[in-house]
Design a protein around this ligand. Structure first.
Ligand code: NDP
Length: 241
């Protein structure tokens, strides 16, 4: 049976690599994002369906519903971004409020709203995967990005509880430094990049496909008893215990 896969932020980076893995396996893939050109190019290359939508906007999501699959087997809440001010005390209170709200929208509300929209369409045997961050454990400098990613993991526990009786799992994949995406494009100095790699035990940055492979596993029959978890993928940069 061909499964229906929905990936938010599927036009670039980790989302695109995830969409590519499922598409290569013959699944039916729908990708969402705000930039029509980026999405169209990815969809054409992957053989996916593109739905232009700001997934942090309830009205935009509601309007997009008719373009989304009637039944969903795998939902990957990957859309996100870091809008932290550099330090906790930077900016006016208005700047701080704007930065926190933007992080909340990008990293928490996006997942909550997309999952809520599609919850009745999620099929038994399916899975919901959120993309968390090592910043949830270690902080993110300005504070809001890490805090909103931590909130995503906490929300996921209740989500897993609600979906469990329907035979649907929910997990968060918490990423360390993943190179080759727009996320860090103009944020990292070479020195900082080298430091992030040094913090790993593998001696390298993660790749989008490393993350995609883990998501593919979580969506496989072998992972049916894994739910309500935060699974680190960071090359050992943050050993849990
Ligand atoms: P990208 O910037 O390439 O991916 C983010 C994607 O999300 C883009 O395609 C963007 O497209 C989309 N997006 C953002 N906001 C919205 C929105 N409101 N509605 C719809 N789409 C949206 O970077 P990554 O692939 O690295 O990031 C993917 C996820 O991984 C993020 O959640 C990020 O926080 C997380 N992560 C990344 C790490 C890394 O080292 N790269 C480390 C830890 C976590 P568009 O702008 O067109 O909407």
């Amino acid at each position: 049976m061909t499964r229906n896969i929905v990936v938010t932020g599927g036009g670039t980076g980790i989302g695109r690599a995830t969409a590519a893995r499922f598409a290569a396996a013959g699944e039916s893939v729908t990708i969402l994002g705000r930039r029509a050109d980026v999405l169209a190019e990815a969809a054409a290359q992957l053989g996916a369906t593109a739905v232009v939508c700001d997934v942090s906007d309830p009205e935009a999501l509601t309007a997009a519903l008719p373009q989304l699959p009637a039944q969903v087997d795998v939902l990957v809440n990957n859309a996100g971004g870091n809008t932290d001010l550099r330090r906790v005390a930077d900016g006016t209170l208005t700047d701080v409020a704007a930065a926190w709200r933007a992080n909340l929208d990008a990293n928490l509300l996006s997942a909550v709203l997309t999952t809520t929209l599609l919850t009745d369409r999620l099929r038994t045997g399916g899975t919901v995967v959120g993309i968390g961050s090592i910043a949830a454990d270690r902080g993110s400098g300005g504070g809001a990005y890490g805090a909103t990613k931590a909130a995503l993991s906490t929300w996921n526990i209740d989500l897993a509880g609600q979906l469990g009786p329907r035979g649907i799992t929910a997990n968060v994949v918490s990423c360390g430094y993943i190179a080759e995406t727009e996320f860090f494009a103009d944020r990292l100095t070479d020195e900082r990049r080298a430091t992030l790699v040094e913090q790993t035990k593998t001696g390298r940055a993660g790749t989008p496909d490393d993350v995609a492979a883990l998501i593919e596993y979580l969506a496989s029959p072998g992972a049916r008893h894994i739910t309500a978890q935060v699974i680190n993928i960071n090359g050992g940069a943050f050993p849990s215990r």
